[in-house]
Design a protein around this ligand. Structure first.
Ligand code: AMP
Ligand code: MG
Length: 539
């Protein structure tokens, strides 16, 4: 452990090893011939800590006490730099809603540098909302408290759910007001400004490669690819000094396909909907990145998207996410083509994505249902019928799976439809009619029968099954209305609900009976309230 921020050791490999934009002035422009531009955070009036994540501090060898040191808010609000920090913004492009959008880049993100911790791990620190950069286009480079609370809490919630993600060290209000048209209806409001410090091994996106490929800057493409492989995929290299071969790039692309498949399976398992799966929001490390208008499925609605901008085409709806990730990987494959010059092995990697996704999704469903093994003949229809039953009424996905663990084989032989449905009734938003009740009761009967057989064959029992289920079916997720309640309080200067949610979401699979109130359906008032059902990109 170190005790002071100025003891952090920086080893800024990206800045040192990759070409910089020679222009040092901070104005909006197209940046060519460079991977990044040097740019400093904009000073703010009165940075104040809202919340910090001690687990993320620990990654940097810092104790929890660090958050209370007065210089913490100054540094991570953007007013001061530590010795060794070399702030910069990276150039990237991307496909947005299926169309090539040209240069995007870190428009409101500034990397401060790479901390090397005592385990020799490198962690890049990045401020989000710390002012304009050369990539800000027409926007202000800022972020508001509303979206920053959402990013801070969800990053940590995802980590504790076991979902790969960028992390969040701190959430700081700037003491400035930021104008946002939250509803895109011509009525902008002033909202408190905030800065989140994000932490990840790197923040490189598919779009970082796409931009150089699109511009024909193949030398930059190769430099960034080689750098990424050397720093974060070094297990692919027998020897650090050896030149990369076509085979190295292919193995690398294959790994990106595999980790992205695993990420999609995680999202589907926990009911997370990202909302803006543009290629500039896809991490090369398979991390969840850029928490904007994301949401959690409440009623199990496969076609739900939280993003108002996506309401028409529903490209980024829950059920479509695995398919979109594949499409995004195909764009990355196109971008990397100049390093590989062969189509067939790239296509094979995309096939491997499909297979890995199927494997993970099947394993997750097996665990979600508490079965010992997936038996395709029985469990394929069992699963399909479940997804059908979940749509027979408005049924909360999180609550349903959690309650399903309570099914017991001891006392249910003679249950009526009603009695069966009683087991999962708290997951229903409205009382089901007889038909819906019958669909669910029949499914539960078939499930119980399957369990009985599983117990006989595999020597399993209710207790073991419950443990297995409760380890993959979270009890507590960051429901939109919960995040909104924490935001409403934080805007009033009361950070207690942010703290409380962070605490609850640290142990999402534990019973935590003291927080039972957070294991509840979305209340009716939240159904149509902004921030609680649909969200705009305005952040
Ligand atoms: P997103 O859809 O939020 O991932 O953002 C897409 C692009 O817009 C990225 O290049 C962001 O850096 C940029 N961007 C979003 N919001 C802002 C903002 N307030 N100021 C500057 N750039 C922004
Ligand atoms: Mg983004």
């Amino acid at each position: 452990m170190i005790t002071q921020l100025n003891q952090l050791q920086f080893d800024n490999r990206l800045v040192r090893e990759l070409p910089a934009d020679p222009e040092m002035e901070n104005y909006r422009r197209q940046v060519t011939g460079a991977i990044y531009s040097r740019v400093s955070p904009t000073a703010v009036k009165n940075p104040q800590l809202v919340a910090g994540a001690k687990e993320v501090a620990a990654l940097l060898d810092l104790p929890e006490l660090i958050f209370t040191q007065p210089e913490f808010a100054q540094i991570f609000g953007g007013n001061q730099l530590l010795a060794g920090m070399e702030p910069h913004a990276c150039c990237y492009g991307g496909h947005q809603f299926g169309n090539w959008a040209g240069q995007l880049g870190d428009g409101r993100a500034i990397n401060l540098g790479e901390v090397r911790n005592q385990k020799s791990e490198h962690w890049t620190l990045q401020l989000k909302g710390a002012g304009p950069t050369p990539y800000s286009r027409t926007a202000d480079g800022l972020a508001v408290l509303r979206s920053s609370v959402r990013e801070f809490l969800c990053s940590e919630a995802m980590f504790h759910l076991g979902v790969p993600t960028t992390r969040a060290l701190s959430l700081i209000t700037t003491g400035e007001w930021v104008r946002r048209d939250m509803f895109y209806d011509g009525n902008p409001q002033l909202e408190p400004g905030a800065v989140v410090c994000r932490v990840a091994p790197n923040f490189t996106r598919f779009g970082n490669f796409e931009i150089f490929s699109a511009r024909g800057e193949i030398d930059l493409l190769k430099q960034l690819a080689d750098f990424t492989i050397r720093t974060d995929f070094s297990h692919l290299l027998v020897n650090a000094t050896v030149e990369m071969t076509v085979d190295t790039y292919l193995q690398w692309f294959n790994e990106i396909c595999i980790s992205t498949a695993q990420l999609m399976a995680h999202w589907m398992r926990v009911g997370f909907v990202h909302g803006v799966m543009n290629t500039d929001n896809m991490s090369i490390l398979g991390l969840t990145i850029d928490y904007g208008p994301y949401g959690w499925l409440e009623g199990y609605e496969p076609d739900w998207t939280p993003n108002t901008t996506d309401a028409q085409g529903r490209r980024y709806r829950y059920i479509n996410q695995p398919r979109i990730a594949l499409w995004n990987l195909a764009q990355l494959g196109n971008a990397l083509y100049p390093l590989i010059n062969a189509v067939e092995p790239l296509q094979q990697a995309l096939e491997n994505y499909r297979a890995e996704y199927e494997r993970c999704a099947q394993r997750d469903m097996t665990n979600k249902l508490g079965l010992s093994q997936f038996n395709a003949v029985q469990d394929q229809p069992l699963t399909e019928n479940l997804l059908h039953a979940l749509q027979s009424a408005e049924i909360d996905m999180t609550i349903f799976y959690r309650l399903l663990a309570r099914v017991s084989l001891d006392d249910i032989h003679q249950y009526t439809d009603q009695q069966w449905v009683d087991i999962v009734r708290p997951a229903y938003y409205q009382a089901p009619d007889a038909n819906a009740e019958n669909i669910m009761a029949n499914w539960l009967r078939s499930y119980a029968q399957r369990l009985r057989q599983d117990y006989v064959v595999n020597g399993n029992d209710d207790l073991q099954r419950r443990q297995r289920m409760n380890a993959v079916n979270p009890k507590y997720v960051l429901r939109n209305y919960l995040a909104q309640q924490a935001i409403d309080k934080a805007v009033e200067g009361d950070n207690s609900e942010v703290e409380k949610l962070l605490q609850i979401l640290r142990n999402p699979y534990d019973e935590q009976p003291e927080y039972e109130a957070y294991f509840a359906r979305r209340p009716e008032w939240a159904r149509r309230k902004a921030g609680c059902s649909m969200l705009s990109c305005s952040s």
